[in-house]
Design a protein around this ligand. Structure first.
Ligand code: SF4
Length: 198
């Protein structure tokens, strides 16, 4: 994949971009730059790999939807001024694709933030928007369905989406972010040269 092209495309769309070799370097960067504020996240295998939420909790209030059973905390995560998420795919043209079932992640990443961070491993970067959609539907969703023990026909079988009617279907909204949203003051994409998450 062409990281320089990806960086230039994202910058043209209004994002700032940082590229790190390792999770540790990216986690140090986030830890240094996020202090004394409220941080929200919807949960992410990539963020778990960075162990960044435990670190941020030492100097911030962190609302983490998947960690709390209280629906009020999920809402606080969505409305936190700083939000951190991963992405299901990023194209070299700078389009960011995310699939969501509950809607918290795509909603939070679309509206009214002081700062928004996308943290993505190089495995998420693909040449085109079409590739990004295929990746989200046929790789990320089936692997997440397996991880979350969802009863869907794709669970654990990456390679095909059945456009299922399962009550436990994960893919209910696909967000294609084409540029930094007007209501988000600053949005940053952190690319890590490691394979992370789905
Ligand atoms: S629509 Fe259904 S089959 Fe397709 S990826 Fe989503 S959960 Fe799996």
């Amino acid at each position: 994949m062409d990281l320089e092209k990806t960086k230039a495309s994202l910058e043209k769309r209004g994002f700032t971009v940082q590229i790190f070799d390792t999770c540790e370097q990216a986690a140090d960067y986030l830890d240094e730059n996020i202090k004394n504020t409220t941080v929200g996240t919807g949960g992410s295998m990539t963020l778990d790999a960075l162990n960044i939420l435990d670190r941020l909790e030492k100097t911030n209030t962190v609302y983490y939807r998947n960690r709390s059973k209280d629906p009020a905390d999920a809402r606080k995560a969505m409305f936190a001024p700083v939000y951190i998420t991963s992405a299901n795919a990023v194209s070299e043209n700078g389009e960011i694709v995310n699939i969501d079932g509950a809607g918290n992640r795509v909603a939070a990443a679309s509206y009214d933030k002081e700062r928004l961070y996308y943290v993505v491993g190089i495995n998420k970067i693909v040449p085109t928007l079409e590739d990004a959609m295929v990746r989200a539907r046929t790789i990320a969703a089936p692997l997440n369905a397996e991880r979350l023990h969802r009863d869907t026909p794709c669970a654990g079988k990456p390679g095909k989406c059945y456009d299922c009617a399962s009550p436990e279907r994960l893919c209910r909204n696909i967000s294609i972010t084409l540029g930094k949203m007007l209501s988000i003051a600053a949005a940053e994409v952190i690319i890590i040269k490691q394979e992370l998450g789905y």
